[in-house]
Design a protein around this ligand. Structure first.
Ligand SMILES: *Cc1c(COP(=O)(O)O)cnc(C)c1O
Length: 409
């Protein structure tokens, strides 16, 4: 019965071009990656899909720091943070992260989590009790949506970046605590939230602003300090969530906020309390990652990434203008996330397959991850890409466009 029920739904997804397939990567995360699928032999693909924005996931210094951390602290943490899993490496990492954010959040404390998903669920469930209301951008990441669903606080969603609607909702709100929550860089669109305006609204309505900086941490702002630094914001009302598996190249996440908020999370956040702490070697290596991000090498990598973003956008804008019949649209994004909207689910898959045939790996993102009718290729760039890599992608898209317009004609 259950199996039949599931099989029917799986077939339905297949018919709608919504069935998802995994591939197996046979080599480290890097632009040129060996990948296998369906028991076929591995192929080398040029990938534009990771969130490894600075190209640190396979950095020798981090591999070495991970090994050193394992020598010093062992392989596993053994328990949750509140039992005996909270190592010196975790404690020092939290000190580093708190210092990293204090220019933006005075006296910030920091707390590390195993994943960003868990950090977001922690924040919204621990702070969003019955005396609070949660205000969320409709395009927020799934982990924020799930956190809001699990919270006792009622949820009000506002249309993407519609601050007029948000202000109206805040004005009508009668709960004593108000939590505005937003992605800083929207994960499927690549655009930025208007953080200064959101903070101004938070001040005006005595609300708190929770910022999920999964895609800004390490990439935006002076020394890669993130979106708050990018906008030059500083306020005690800011609650910051950064992830450590994207630009930082390893894994995990953290919250930086007023020390009382941190203390409350330790006492009450179930995704913090009831889970085994990340291996301490990872925390140890993350400290090295912060040194890289904040130093000269991080700066070079960010500069190179900006050049690649500019190159890709210039070339794709020309390509799209030359092929209006395809209906492609480049999102208005200045970040390393450069989505190419195709619209139809099957069309997105066809385009991804056309690139795959040329040895290019760009994922097709379909509903429910994005709204219906906005299926897209989510192109992500990394400082590990070369300008030649980006040119190969543009050439591949041009070749696909030629074939598709030929088919349309
Ligand atoms: C990736 C991501 C998360 C989840 O972080 P993980 O550490 O991968 O669990 C949360 N929010 C946003 C916006 C993300 O892109």
């Amino acid at each position: 019965m259950l199996i039949d029920h599931l099989n029917r739904q799986l077939l339905e997804r297949e018919a709608q071009a919504l069935k998802r397939q995994r591939r197996i990567t046979e080599s480290p995360c890097a632009p040129h990656q060996w990948v296998s699928r369906d028991g076929q032999p591995a192929r080398e693909l040029l990938a534009f899909c990771s969130n490894d924005y600075l190209g640190l996931a396979n950095h020798p210094a981090l591999i070495q720091a991970l090994a050193e951390g394992a020598q010093q602290f062992g392989a596993g943490s053994g328990a949750s943070h509140l039992i005996n899993g909270h190592s010196r490496a975790h404690a020092e990492l939290e000190n580093d992260l708190a210092a990293w954010l204090t220019p933006c959040i005075p006296q910030a404390g920091a707390l590390t989590f195993c994943t960003g998903y868990m950090a977001n669920v922690a924040l919204l469930t621990a702070l969003g009790d019955a005396s609070a209301t949660i205000f969320a951008d409709k395009l927020n990441h799934a982990s924020l949506i799930d956190g809001a669903r699990l919270a006792k606080a009622p949820l009000q969603r506002y249309p993407h970046r519609n601050l007029v609607m948000l202000a109206r909702q805040l004005e009508r709100c009668t709960t004593p605590i108000k939590l505005i929550v937003t992605d800083a860089v929207f994960s499927m669109d690549g655009d930025l939230a208007e953080l200064p305006e959101l903070l101004a609204l938070a001040e005006r309505f005595d609300a708190w602003l929770i910022v999920d900086d999964a895609h800004g941490f390490g990439v935006l702002g002076a020394q890669g300090r993130g979106s708050l630094s990018h906008f030059g914001l500083c306020s005690e009302r800011l609650i910051y969530m950064g992830t450590l598996g994207k630009a930082a190249g390893l894994g995990g996440a953290f919250v930086a906020a007023h020390p009382t908020i941190i203390d409350w999370l330790v006492q009450s956040a179930r995704t913090y309390i009831y889970t085994t702490a990340t291996p301490p070697a990872v925390a140890h290596a993350l400290r090295e990652s912060l040194r890289l991000i904040g130093g000269a090498e991080g700066e070079q990598r960010r500069t190179h990434l900006q050049q690649l973003i500019h190159l890709l956008r210039t070339q794709l804008t020309t390509l799209i203008a030359a092929n209006p019949a395809l209906g492609w649209q480049l999102m208005d994004s200045s970040t390393a996330i450069q989505p190419l909207i195709v619209g139809d689910n099957a069309a997105a898959l066809t385009l991804a397959a056309a690139l795959d045939a040329q040895g290019l790996w760009v994922p097709a993102i379909r509903p429910p991850t994005v709204p219906a009718g906005t299926a897209r290729l989510r192109i992500t760039l990394s400082a590990a890409h070369s300008t030649d890599d980006v040119q190969r992608l543009v050439d591949g898209l041009a070749r696909a466009a030629l074939n598709l317009t030929g088919a349309l004609a």
